[in-house]
Design a protein around this ligand. Structure first.
Ligand SMILES: NC(=O)c1ccc[n+]([C@@H]2O[C@H](COP(=O)([O-])OP(=O)(O)OC[C@H]3O[C@@H](n4cnc5c(N)ncnc54)[C@H](O)[C@@H]3O)[C@@H](O)[C@H]2O)c1
Length: 299
């Protein structure tokens, strides 16, 4: 089997590449960034998907499946620069789909987001929950989903909750877990917005990589699946658990709530379990331990 991972130099992509390679799958990456965590057994092309040269990679390799992870992954960037967001998240996705159709790709697996659920009408949110759009990012991910559904290719659309784990960049637009861990291992002050009782569904990156790998191997097609733990953790609770794994001595600084922040989010993962025979299973305590150990080695 021969699989392309777009965005394979990124956080989730690098773990997905490792998982595919260890399952004995021939793995090729297209990413415009230099990989920090390169797998020696994968083949890397440093290219923007919007460059014409990306088509040659499809022509050369005749992929069985594509896992499309390349995207500008930040809600804030999408608000500041919707053109960049649409270029990376819509145009590049359309190109991947069109090359897939032209060069005989059998299945495409794409990474969408819980951002499509906006402010949830009920919890836990299942895949039947209506979608709505609080940012250009949510809109561009939804456009990608609809292009995939129209393509005629076999597909699985994943909607990820908050992914965390080793290799997540703590700078720029990082997730709260990596921002907290970097500050706490360095004993630097950190801010909690609002009362800290807002909740999220934190899913460990190795489980996300496992889902991507299973999606490639499974005959399942034509489905939208949440990738989540179905567990709510508050930001205060997250802080307390990371504190247990570090020597942090400071109290968190209280900051105003951020405009547009959602109070509670948790995603039902029953359909993923039923469809792929797997749901994210790493306990937050274990995932955080691994992540703190990685950050201590790296930063
Ligand atoms: N991390 C999360 O919590 C989360 C949650 C929901 C959805 N997602 C989605 O999962 C996917 C992976 O996210 P991540 O956290 O690993 O992000 P990441 O930024 O670490 O990885 C994305 C990679 O895509 C590459 N890329 C972007 N645009 C490209 C283009 N036009 N051509 C070639 N390469 C390009 C970047 O260089 C980067 O290496 C994204 O689609 C993101 O929207 C992530």
């Amino acid at each position: 089997m021969n699989v392309l991972v777009t965005g394979g130099a990124g956080f989730i992509g690098s773990h997905t590449v490792d998982k595919l390679v260890s399952a004995g799958i021939e793995t090729v990456v297209i990413d415009r960034s230099e990989p920090k965590y390169k797998n020696d057994k994968a083949t890397y092309y440093r290219l923007d998907l919007n460059d014409a040269a990306a088509e040659d990679v499809f022509k050369t390799h005749a992929f069985d499946a594509v896992i499309h992870l390349a995207a500008q992954a930040s809600v804030a960037v999408s608000v500041a620069d919707p053109v960049k967001d649409a270029t990376d998240n819509v145009m590049a996705s359309v190109r991947v789909i069109e090359y897939g159709k032209k060069y005989g790709v059998k299945k495409i697996i794409v990474s969408s987001s819980a951002a499509l659920y906006a402010v949830p009408q009920y919890l836990p949110v299942d895949e039947k929950h209506p979608v709505s759009f609080l940012s250009p990012y949510a809109l561009s991910k939804h456009a990608m989903e609809e292009y995939v559904k129209l393509s005629g290719l076999d597909y699985i659309i994943f909607r990820y909750a908050n992914v965390y784990g080793p290799r997540q960049d703590p700078h720029g637009e990082a997730g709260v877990v990596s921002i907290f861990i970097e500050k706490m291992i360095k004993n630097l002050p950190l801010e909690i917005h609002g009362d800290g009782e807002q909740t999220r569904d934190f899913v460990y990156v190795a489980d996300v990589a496992e889902m991507n790998c299973r999606a490639v191997l499974s005959p399942a097609s034509g489905v939208v699946l949440n990738v989540s733990t179905n567990t709510q953790t508050s930001v205060n609770g997250l802080f307390a658990r990371i504190k247990e794994n570090t020597d942090y001595t400071l109290a968190p600084v209280s900051a105003p709530s951020r405009a547009g922040d959602i109070k509670h989010s948790v995603l039902n993962n029953a359909l993923a379990l039923k469809t792929l025979g797997f749901k994210p299973e790493t306990a937050l305590t274990d995932g955080l331990k691994e992540t703190v150990a990685f950050f201590k080695r790296t930063y």
